[in-house]
Design a protein around this ligand. Structure first.
Ligand code: GLU
Length: 308
């Protein structure tokens, strides 16, 4: 079921991490949010999530932007770079600290791997440092004391999703031991700063949403609407990603790439006609796109696209 929010104008975004070039999986996420902005007559913004230099690939941010351009995406305003925004993250951390949400944690990843249980969203923090009242100092992470309540939200394709953070992630990190801001905090601060009304992204981030909503509430920020798109699975049964070697898109074949990605998002539409250019593709695709066709669908097999 797709829920429209009357009177609320659409402001969507695509927020790639520059860990590699745009690939079919990330094109799908970009396409989903872009099609929603076209369907609902809203704006679409870009944010480069370059806040984890050790994981980044030199040149990938520019390459992603060139690729998006080659595929005919048009974004509103300048690109936001998370690497420019540390003062905003620090301010949010101070706000959380002042309200008593955070505690310092000295556990290493290796120590936690030995003791933490696993949930679908990764390891669950067992609360080791929660009550130790450790000093906040370099080399220590900052974690959010998660409330022991159930949190629910509406996903536009999946309906009501319930999460108990204490069970699903435990107290999660907002500032890492290496001093870098954690994705969960940055995404919440920036979605609010960019005034994002609708987040459309891959279902690999579904497990993060409850943490993000908890942070929005703690920081007194609005919660956008959420839609998590099915993921393309590779032949190995894992999500197609940069990590498992998904190939970068060849920009010279933009129209074929677009048609292929759209084949996943619009499984009921047999095949795309021939287009002379990307503008023509987007005009056609936005007139055909109906997110409700994806309701309840969890994954796409890599071979499922008509033009795969
Ligand atoms: N930067 C994240 C990624 O590339 C996406 C963040 C989001 O859409 O919230 O996986």
């Amino acid at each position: 079921m797709t829920v429209e929010i009357p009177g609320q104008s659409y402001r969507g975004r695509f927020a790639p991490s520059p860990t590699g070039p745009l690939h079919l999986g990330s094109l799908l996420a970009a396409m989903g949010s872009y099609l929603e902005s076209l369907r609902l007559g809203g704006e679409w913004l870009l944010r480069m999530e370059d806040l984890d230099p050790p994981r980044e690939m030199p040149g990938a941010a520019d390459q992603i932007l060139r690729s998006l351009e080659a595929h005919g995406f048009e974004w509103h305003g300048p690109v936001m770079y998370q690497s420019d925004r540390s003062e905003h993250y620090l301010r949010a951390i101070s706000q959380l600290q002042a309200a008593g949400w955070l505690f310092a944690c000295r556990c290493s990843r290796r120590e936690l791997a030995k003791v933490a249980s696993q949930s679908a969203g990764g390891p669950v923090y067992p609360g080791t440092c929660r009550e130790l009242d450790l000093k906040d100092q370099p080399g220590r992470a900052l974690r959010v004391r998660v409330p022991a309540v159930e949190l629910s939200f509406h996903d536009q394709l999946r309906g009501r999703i319930c999460s108990k953070l204490a069970r699903d992630s435990g107290d999660f990190v907002v500032r890492r031991r290496d001093g870098l801001t954690a994705y969960q905090l940055a995404v919440v601060v920036d979605d609010a700063a960019q005034n994002i009304s609708h987040v459309v992204r891959g279902a690999d981030l579904l497990d993060s949403t409850a943490r993000q909503i908890a942070l929005q509430r703690a920081l007194d920020l609005p919660t956008p609407a959420y839609m998590h798109l099915p993921l393309i699975l590779g032949d190995d049964g894992h999500k197609l990603s940069k990590q498992n070697g998904a190939r970068g898109l060849d920009d010279r074949h933009a129209l074929a790439n677009l048609a292929r990605a759209f084949g996943y998002l619009a499984p009921d539409i047999p095949s795309a006609p021939e287009f002379s250019g990307t503008a023509e593709f987007w005009a056609w695709a936005s007139s055909q796109w109906q997110p409700a066709a994806l309701t309840g669908r969890l994954v796409f097999a890599a071979s499922a696209s008509p033009s795969a």
